[in-house]
Design a protein around this ligand. Sequence first.
Ligand code: ADP
Ligand code: MG
Length: 236
Amino acid sequence: MMTEPQTLEVADLTKVYRTPGGENRVLDGLELTARPGESVAILGPSGSGKSTLLNIIGSLDEPTSGTVRVGDVIVGELEGAALSEYRACTVGFIFQDHHLLPQLTALENVLLPTLAARQTDGAEQRARELLERVGVIERAGAFPARLSGGERQRVAAARALINGARVLLCDEPTGNLDRETGNTLVRMLADLTKDGVTVLMVTHNVEQAGMLDRRFLLKNGRLAPWEAAAVEEGAG
Ligand code: ADP
Ligand code: MG
C-alpha cells in the first residue's frame, strides 16, 4: 500500500480517437499538476473529454502521447504486477453510478478490492474506519438496495480508498443525487484531502466545483482556469 504523499503530474497529454469519420483530438497537450491533499474540479460540456482524462489518469485508457506521473511513478511505463498495483492501490474511482454489488453489504463491498490486491490483513478494521470516515458506519451491514443514493456514493468512496489510494478520481459523482445530497457528498470528498488524498472531480455543477480548491474548464483538449474562462465567455 502506498502511504507517502504523491504529486499527480499530467504533462502534454494527447488523446486522439480515430473513427471512420476522421480524427477526434479529444485531449491536446493537456497539463495538470495536483499536489497531495489538493482538490481539483474539472468542468466542461459533454463530450469535452473529462471522462477520457480521468480514465487515462487511472490507466483504464491509454493516451496517444504524453505522460501521467504519480510521485516518481510514470504510469505509462508500468506493466504486469506494478500496473495492477497502480490500478488497485494508487488510484480509486467513483462514478455517477455507485457500481456496488447488490448481493454484498456495504462493509463487504468496501472489502472486495482488498481481495484482488491481497491486502486482507486488518482489512475489516480499515473498512470500518473508512465507513466511519465517510459517515456511514451505522449502515455497514445494509445491502445497497436499502441505502440512500448519498449513502451508496459514500460507500463507493470508502471502497475506492480501501487499498490506500492517493488519488481519488470522481467522474460526476453527484450526477444522480439531488442538490443538497450532492453538496454534502462533495463536502465529504473535499474533506478527504485532509488525509493527504488528491481529489479530482468531474462535474457539471459550478456550485459543487466551488467547494474544491481549484477549478478548470476542459475545452479544446486543454484545461483553462475556470474563473478566467468564465470571464472570457461572458458567463461570469
Ligand atoms: P465527457 O466525459 O467530457 O463527456 P468523454 O471523455 O466521454 O467526454 O468523450 C470525449 C469524446 O471522445 C467524445 O466525443 C466521445 O464520443 C469520444 N470517445 C470517447 N470514447 C471513445 C472511444 N472509445 N472511441 C471513439 N471515441 C470515443
Ligand atoms: Mg464523462
